[in-house]
Design a protein around this ligand. Structure first.
Ligand SMILES: [Zn+2]
Length: 290
């Protein structure tokens, strides 16, 4: 689903890439897979026991503002420790332009966190220098994330898989004076509020949309696969603090169910978003139908 509405908000999806990973990533037992196979196969659990991960951004048009959520990896980034994202050359910007929205039209960029696949297109290379891709936007990034990845700080801890991301995708935004470094809760437009949803990284945030009484949540990497809605306790070893992730997931799931919210994660395969339902104590995932 590449275009849809939530309340008065219009949402576009921009894909950067897809890949298959082993389902074993989720460390689910055979019994757990068996008891969920009826809804997982063939789409969410594919041939050869794989799952498809998509890298995508979302454009939200609401309150007369154009908001970009999690601007993917970017082209030409040297990430030798993360093969999949190393030296990409994708038509992301052309796909973005095909929506009819120009980078200059963007008012807000929101990064759930500052891993390479969530802030790369913050900037692009021009004449050998990284410059803001969205020159008229305010870029909202969590304070903890900005401080955590700042290699200039004495307490900086290097993560090879996220090398140079701060230097190339964050620092040019700070230096251009376009950054809004935000705390735990921040209203971004009347319909959009960012809040802490941490665990995947310690400063990871989610974005809540409430428009015309309809709810949606942009959840970044709090969930990578719908199996985690049904079994939030599954630990794919991709979190800085999994105990915190579990608390965050349970709190978010409670909101999704109560609000009937559309959940719009960063990495779900087609239809890329859906609802978490709970009836008679049984939780299920309902893929978005449009
Ligand atoms: Zn990610």
């Amino acid at each position: 689903m590449d275009q849809f509405s939530v309340g008065d908000a219009r949402i576009h999806r921009i894909e950067e890439l897809t890949t298959l990973f082993p389902f074993a990533n989720f460390n689910a037992s055979d019994e757990l897979i068996e008891s969920n196979a009826h809804w997982l196969r063939p789409h969410w659990l594919r041939e050869g026991d794989t799952w498809e991960m998509v890298v995508q951004s979302w454009i939200v048009i609401v309150d007369d503002r154009v908001v970009v959520v999690d601007p993917c990896v970017g082209n030409g980034r040297s990430l030798p420790e993360f093969d999949l994202f190393d030296m990409l050359d994708t038509p992301f910007i052309e796909r973005f332009g095909a929506t009819g929205i120009k980078p200059e039209d963007v008012d807000v960029v929101f990064c759930t966190h500052l891993h390479s696949d969530h802030c790369g297109w913050n900037t692009m290379l021009r004449d050998g220098k990284y410059v803001p891709t969205f020159p008229n936007a305010r870029y909202y990034m969590g304070r903890y994330e900005v401080e955590r990845w700042d290699f200039r700080r004495p307490d900086y801890q290097h993560v090879p898989a996220n090398a140079d991301v701060f230097e190339n995708s964050v620092l040019p935004i700070l230096e251009a004076g376009l950054a809004e470094v935000i705390g735990a809760n921040q209203r971004i437009t009347p319909s959009l509020e960012a809040g802490l949803a941490n665990g995947h990284t310690m400063g990871h945030m989610a974005l809540h949309l409430c428009s015309a009484s309809r709810h949606a949540w942009f959840t970044g990497d709090a969930f990578h696969h719908p199996i985690e809605f049904i079994h939030p306790e599954l630990d794919a070893n991709s979190c800085e603090d999994f105990a915190l992730t579990l608390k965050t997931r349970n709190r978010l799931i409670e909101n999704f169910v109560r609000q009937g919210a559309l959940v719009i994660p960063a990495h779900f395969t087609s239809p890329h978003c859906g609802y978490v339902r709970e009836e008679g104590g049984v939780r299920s995932f309902e893929p978005f139908q449009g």
